[in-house]
Write a protein that binds this ligand. Structure first.
Ligand code: ARG
Ligand code: ZN
Length: 900
């Protein structure tokens, strides 16, 4: 494992890189010319840093140890002198050169076979086109290099390829020259120069037969920027939404962060084989097609929103990641947490802010809370890793974004912005740490990192585990005081048995009996103190237990805690059903209105789970049905919000509420509540469905998306009864759907049902969309998520479907990933789901370790299940760990999950 505590500066620096990339069908040849020099700021011993342990001391003897993997070394020259095999040391991971002068020109020629690169890391082919993915450590599969983010260089890249097959040649920066090959007819070349120094993980190259759309953006200081999106021919009509999203992002970053684009060209290339969502390479973003291509007939509203967010995310990285980058990979959240926070706020501004906040919290709870309570729990700034690719996690990204939100909550919007400005003033062009970021934010606001509050705040970076906040309130009618006692605990996580209290901003209101927020005054607070008298205030919970006393509270209020989800914690504050129903109807904070309904539904479902364990059932009280009727009746006020309020907590979320997951009980109880609501409110759901039909022109305004969301939420309830009228409605929607949103919503319900038309509908969909890879992903997903008993059998059969490919990450995520996210099917008591996943992981691991590692994670979380399931899962994991030649990626996750 590699440890943060071992970090040292690089012994050598690289100032310029001149790459010549010669692309041929048999192989790609790369000639890299590196201007290297000893780092005057290096420290010995072991000055090479964590990637190259060894007894190095700084001085003339310090070797230049370059990272390199899966490369065929053809030649090495130092200052034009060709080295013989005795002049260097070569291992599968390193090329070591000794006896160099203090500065030298090192020229290295290597060969790779991109056409055989199924790991999709380094230089590879997708649909016949060449592309690259270097973050985190893929550049070492392109050439020997100091593959660490604190080595920043200026790049010149010359690409040479066959003109007819690869007319488009792209790399970072500006195109400075191009032409036909002087020696070989039919070949051409292009030279790109990037004026901005960058770490090698931001390098990119594309060569292919691509078409593009083009637009323009003029920055506020008057720079005209050419914007291009490159796609495979035939897809050019599907890029408009991505282009609009890019222009909105550029404008928003100027308006909200004061950050402008810094080159005359910005290119995006969409490729269909990509491990992740997208990559922020300097001026040449490479995207998964899923986050670029969209038309109403082929993409859902969720897809449209995802594109807006991811395009913004990658664009925002130009400052938060590229201009200021990470010193080492332990600092990943420096750029990812910050950039996710930025994309979340951007999307909130473009759409409905409360809806976006609820969705972000749902995701956090569904994925990050699970990670934080399992075998791979780690802090936002991890202490060690075996494989860095495994740390592109919900904790680093989503919890990291919550930490950024905490800064803004504590400093206020203006203070946060002052801090950001100082961060860029200090660190532009540097590779820095989360400590540097914290220092800038704190010091810009006249405070010190050693102040107790900020010293304690750093625990958000170092302590893993989701804190729980509990407490109770007490009203004293005689003195008109409301005393709120809050407690916090942070659970033990692997390697971190003991935890200290965190800084938890609790934004709250007290709702009076009339449904209105009370003005909040703390006991002893001087009149006119900051915030005094406001109806929503933020308290900092910093101790294990604290009591806050509010004065001037005549009658017992209903507290509304953690408004806007002001901290990434579990709230265990006891409130009775009546208080929750009251908040559902009256809380001025939309997040907490939604939250109250979720808490109530969670309570009802868990009560039914318990009743079922005793052989009975527990029906929902009339008050809950009435409250849901209210939500439906008020649906027109904010339809997207109403759709979220109607959605019951997921099985994944329900499973986290108890130490042991009752797989079948949760599934049955949740279904039963859906049916109970559908029966009691059938007329209201029908009315909502009819009232939100969306005929006419397609738009993606929040209003129109809200209509579709609410209509489809109603349809899902109606189909919970699976009766003839509901089936007819669902079938009619599928057959008449003008948008993919409506088509797939209906098809998913049909795929869950055993209606006679089921097979025909699925066949019809596959026939209609067999030419559209992204649409076929949806077809695989609805079948893998189906509630029918034969789902695993179907999934196995679909592995052989002509549209499926185990080499394409999107296909694997759609079919295998969806199946692993199907709680009752994946966690089937007979262990067949686990065995299937283990088989698939082992097949995948030979082809693409990053994808295999993502697929093993659902299996790794076996502890909160009963002993029969535990045995099956352990057996599957042991089979994986016992396999010879396993990748580091899968080994790290599987072995950690079996340990301890
Ligand atoms: N930096 C990219 C993004 O978040 C993700 C790259 C992930 N790469 C990887 N090998 N895990 O925008
Ligand atoms: Zn990112």
């Amino acid at each position: 494992a590699i440890h943060l505590r071992d970090h040292t500066p690089p012994a050598w620096l690289i100032d310029t890189v001149d790459l010549h990339v010669d692309l041929r069908e048999e192989a790609a040849t790369v000639r890299a010319t590196l201007a290297v020099r000893r780092n005057p700021n290096a420290q010995g011993p072991n000055a090479q840093g964590p990637n190259t342990p060894g007894p190095n001391t700084q001085g003339p003897a310090t070797a230049l140890v370059l990272d390199g993997q899966e490369l065929e070394l053809l030649a090495v020259r130092v200052d034009n002198r060709l080295l013989g095999p005795d002049d260097y040391t070569l291992t599968p991971d390193r090329l070591t050169l000794t006896g160099l002068p203090d500065a030298a020109t090192v020229e290295i020629t290597t060969r790779t076979r991109p056409q055989d690169n199924t790991a999709l890391e380094g230089l590879y082919k997708s649909s016949g086109n060449y592309c690259t993915q270097c973050e985190a450590e893929g550049f070492r599969k392109i050439t020997y290099f100091l593959d660490r983010p604190d080595v920043m260089a200026r790049y010149t890249t010359t690409i040479e390829a066959e003109q007819a097959r690869y007319p488009v040649l792209l790399s970072n920066g500006n195109l400075t020259a191009s032409g036909a090959s002087a020696t070989e007819p039919g070949r051409h070349w292009a030279r790109w120069e990037d004026p901005w120094p960058k770490p090698c993980y931001l390098f990119a190259l594309v060569a292919g037969s691509l078409v593009h759309i083009e637009d323009r953006f003029t920055t506020r200081s008057g720079r005209a920027v050419t914007l291009r999106i490159y796609v495979e021919p035939g897809n050019e009509a599907k890029c408009g939404h991505a282009m609009e999203s890019l222009k909105k992002s550029m404008k928003w970053d100027e308006d909200v962060y004061g950050l402008e684009y810094d080159l005359d060209i910005f290119n995006i290339v969409a490729v269909s084989d990509f491990n992740m969502g997208a990559m922020e390479n300097k001026s040449l973003n490479v995207f998964n097609t899923k986050y670029i291509l969209a038309q109403p007939e082929t993409a859902t509203d969720t897809d449209f929103l995802g594109i807006e967010t991811v395009v913004a995310h990658e664009y925002f990285h130009n400052w938060t990641g590229n201009r200021v980058t990470c010193r080492d990979w332990f600092q990943l959240s420096l750029k990812e947490g910050l950039t996710v926070f930025r994309d979340q706020e951007f999307s909130a501004d473009m759409n409905s802010a409360p809806v976006k906040r609820i969705q972000d919290v749902q995701r956090l709870r569904q994925v990050q809370f699970i990670e934080d309570s399992g075998p791979t729990a780690h802090s936002v700034r991890p202490e060690s890793y075996i494989e860095i690719s495994n740390f592109y996690t919900p904790t680093v990204y989503e919890k990291g974004a919550e930490v950024l939100r905490l800064y803004r909550t504590l400093l206020g919007a203006a203070g946060y912005r002052k801090g950001i400005d100082l961060y860029f003033a200090r660190h532009d062009g540097q590779a820095v740490t989360t400590d540097d970021f914290l220092a800038a934010l704190v010091e810009a606001n006249g405070a010190q990192v050693t102040d107790p509050l900020w010293a304690q705040f750093q625990r958000w970076y170092t302590q893993a585990g989701t804190p729980t906040v509990s407490g109770e309130g007490r009203h004293d009618a005689a003195t008109g005081t409301y005393a709120l006692t809050l407690r916090q605990t942070v659970p033990a996580t692997p390697g971190q048995p003991d935890k200290l209290p965190m800084v938890i901003p609790v934004t709250l209101g007290l709702v009076g009996p009339d449904g209105r927020d009370l003005p909040l005054t703390l006991e002893g607070e001087p009149e006119g103190a900051t915030g005094a008298g406001a109806t929503t205030r933020t308290l900092a919970l910093t101790a294990a237990e604290q009591t806050f006393r509010f004065t001037g509270v005549a009658q017992p209020p209903v507290p509304s805690l953690l408004r806007g989800f002001s901290a990434p914690v579990r709230l265990a504050f006891t409130q009775d059903d009546a208080a929750l129903t009251f908040l559902m109807a009256h809380d001025s904070d939309p997040f907490n209105r939604w939250e109250a309904g979720q808490t109530l539904a969670t309570r009802l479902i868990l009560a039914d789970v318990d009743a079922r364990a005793q052989g009975g059932t527990a029906a929902p009280p009339q008050a809950y049905i009435d409250a849901t009727a209210q939500t439906l009746a008020r649906g027109g006020e904010d339809r997207a919000f109403a759709a979220l309020a109607l959605a019951l907590p997921t099985e994944a979320y329900l499973g986290q509420q108890r130490p042991l997951v009752d797989v079948d009980g949760i599934h049955a109880a949740r279904q039963a509540l859906r049916r109970a609501l559908a029966t009691a409110l059938n007329g209201a759901f029908l009315k909502t469905y009819d009232g939100n039909r969306t005929d006419g022109a397609f738009t993606i305004t929040p209003e129109a998306m809200g209509r579709r969301a609410l209509k489809n939420a109603a349809l899902a309830y109606l189909m919970a009864l699976d009766d003839a009228p509901a089936r007819a409605l669902c079938l009619a929607q599928y057959q008449g759907a003008a948008t993919m949103t409506d088509a797939i919503a209906a098809l998913a319900l049909i795929a869950d049902s055993d209606m006679a038309e089921r097979a025909d509908c699925l066949a019809h969909f596959a026939d209609r969309w067999k030419g559209e890879a992204l649409v076929m992903d949806k077809w695989f997903a609805v079948q893998a998520l189906s509630d029918r008993p034969d789902t695993l059998e179907r999934v196995r059969a679909l592995l052989d479907h002509p549209s499926f490919s185990i080499r394409n990450p999107n296909k694997v995520y759609a079919l295998v990933g969806s199946f692993a996210a199907n709680p009752s099917k994946f966690h089937a008591a007979d262990g067949a789901g686990y065995a299937f996943l283990a088989d698939t992981v082992l097949t995948l691991d030979k082809l693409n370790p990053q994808v295999a590692s993502r697929m093993v994670k659902p299996l790794a979380r076996w502890r909160p299940y009963d002993s029969i399931r535990q045995q099956h899962a352990r057996a599957a994991l042991e089979r994986i760990v016992g396999t010879a030649g396993l990748s580091r990626d899968v080994y790290e996750i599987a072995s950690k999950s079996l340990a301890g």
